[in-house]
Design a protein around this ligand. Sequence first.
Ligand code: PMP
Ligand code: GLN
Length: 382
Amino acid sequence: LLSPNGDLGVTIFEEITALAAKHQAINLGQGFPDTDGPGVFKAMAAQGISGHLNQYAPGSGILPLRMAISDHQKRFYGLDVNPENEVVVTTGATEAIAAAILAFVKPGDEVITFEPYYDSYGATIGLAGGVHKTVALNAPDFQPGLTELRKSFNARTRVVVLNNPHNPTGAAFGRELLAEIVALAKQHDCLIVSDEVYEHLTFGFSHIPIATLPGAWDRTITISSVGKTFSFTGWKVGWATGPAELIAAVRTVKQFLSYSSGTAFQPAVAEALASQTGFFTDFAKDLGDRSEVLAKGLESAGMTVYRPQGTYFIVADVAPLGFDNALELARQMPEKIGVAGIPLSVFCHEEAAERTRTLMRFAFCKKPELLIEASRRLSLLT
Ligand code: PMP
Ligand code: GLN
């Protein structure tokens, strides 16, 4: 009677962040920047609160934000998104993902994700009663095998959840693979839910939204949020874009998850999205440089490093240091050496957890001096 629905437990992010705080460790676990986004947007959000933006926003978000999201999709990707009915503002990308899955997945429907997969996909597929199928992403490049990808689709497939660029591996998926996913989705008449929260955090190339591929728009819900691009992960403002019928379904579910999202933040997010292009490219360049600082540090600590193409994260293998279980190591590291990381196995089902047993994810969205100090401490592991 008292057991909750599903076996969800405490997320690994909460567990490791609590350990990091307890031992005052450098937290390269949970993905959040140690420097806030631009002060001008913080001031706008503060003004919203000291002014009059303290009551419910419209369920789909304030119109100026929906217009800014639409303008952003046009400016960067050439996509025409109607701000009236093809955008819904959500409480972070997390709510958009949950609402999209809950809107379309019925008990018994199959949902495909790429494994390792972001933890909320598994949880929400479970809450919807869906059957979770996975396609493996393996080191060193973390690209899916086409044969396995094709085999994972069948008549029961309802949704394929794409995350590009990909957390936790840092991989990005190119046009050819995206075209294959669109073709498979068409062939099996299923929906694509594309989580693109790291769309601007790519190193040396431009992100390709799957919705821009021929034939994709009609069956794709694209999701992003303010958190990663603008270093405001705590604001929890996200959005979904796509054809009106799909967005209406997401909005319907959202009514009963949160009804509406942080009013005071919304004008500031609209302003942020209208930033000059240099803001986006400079931030990605800076982040790419920091990924290299950490990559070199992890290598000199003796780990095998898989360099990311984007995101906040880098994957390293701790096997060369003599450890055979990254989950156990992650639980010990904050106390032992004052550094926190996230084991890749927590983004996997049991079978794949074995495959990723010695892999650890480290966040590099931190000050370079902190990354260098963390690397020094990690070198003490051996
Ligand atoms: N998707 C991915 C792949 C993520 O890494 C995260 C966490 N940052 C989210 C969704 C959640 O985003 P938000 O904080 O906007 O809810
Ligand atoms: N997306 C962040 C990460 O992957 C964490 C967000 C959360 O704590 N749920 O680290």
